[in-house]
Design a protein around this ligand. Structure first.
Ligand code: ADP
Ligand code: C5P
Ligand code: MG
Length: 219
């Protein structure tokens, strides 16, 4: 009798745990900074040492641009080249789908670094509308880097990236978009004490040392 009961319980426990974990709300860190500040580089390093999944809004948009049959391909291409922010309806769906797919594959993967989002008021409103109550934003990891350093890094990256926006003309527009649209979003989070700033103008390893200190403290 006891044996049968034990067998019953041990069979039930994993499915119970599985259900609890399915209820785990995504824990999100927004990663922001100018173009070339090193967001992608640092996110890759975080993923190596911490249990986070890296989702770059820019990468998702570039994938969607390249997807055969995408109704948004041309629009995305135009926006990227012009350094403008794609309407959030497109971006939020890509992010939500990527988060859901990640959690469906592995229920333990509920921590996300969302890189390059929210980049303007429209992005933020879209997030609040679609994700309100569905995910917790822990904080914003802000890579602070001067415009000149950002531009030079992107021009260097442009030698091999093949990106349509890693050229001086697009970069000037991207910097304007960053200053006019993204900085106010960072300032908004700052007012709520939710920004963790790292000086991103130093070497990759020096920046990462600070990133680690932030993540170790935040848990
Ligand atoms: P972002 O995702 O913020 O646009 P990336 O991580 O793609 O930036 O970095 C932009 C370019 O600068 C890449 O070529 C990368 O190798 C380089 N890079 C990144 N971090 C540093 C750093 N701390 N010092 C020098 N170069 C860097
Ligand atoms: O972050 P990344 O440099 O990859 O972004 C490249 C471009 O993708 C941006 O300049 C912008 O045109 C587009 N983008 C966007 N909305 C986001 C993130 C990126 O429109 N939230
Ligand atoms: Mg990037």
């Amino acid at each position: 009798m006891i044996g049968r009961l034990f067998g019953y319980v041990s069979q039930r426990v994993p499915s119970l745990l599985y259900r609890v974990s399915l209820m785990m709300k995504p824990q999100v860190v927004f990663v922001l900074g100018g173009p070339g500040a090193g967001k992608g580089t640092q996110c890759c390093k975080i993923v190596e040492s911490y249990n986070y999944t890296h989702l770059s809004a820019g990468d998702l948009l570039r994938e969607e641009r390249a997807r055969e049959g995408s109704e948004f391909g041309q629009l995305i291409a135009n926006y990227i080249k012009e350094g403008k922010i794609v309407p959030v309806e497109i971006t939020i769906n890509l992010l939500k789908k990527a988060m859901e797919e990640t959690m469906q594959k592995d229920e333990k993967k509920f921590r996300f670094l969302i890189d390059g989002f929210p980049r303007n008021e429209d992005n933020l409103q879209g997030w609040n509308t679609v994700m309100d109550g569905k995910a917790d934003v822990k904080f914003v990891l802000f890579f602070d880097c001067g415009n000149e350093v950002c531009i030079n890094r992107c021009l260097e990256r442009g030698k091999s990236s093949g990106r349509s926006d890693d050229n001086r003309e697009s970069l000037e527009k991207r910097i304007q978009t960053y200053l006019q649209s993204t900085r106010p979003i960072i300032e908004l989070y700052e007012k709520h004490g939710k920004v963790r700033t790292v000086d991103a103008s130093r070497s990759v390893d020096e920046v990462f040392a600070d990133v680690k200190a932030v993540l170790d403290k935040e848990g």
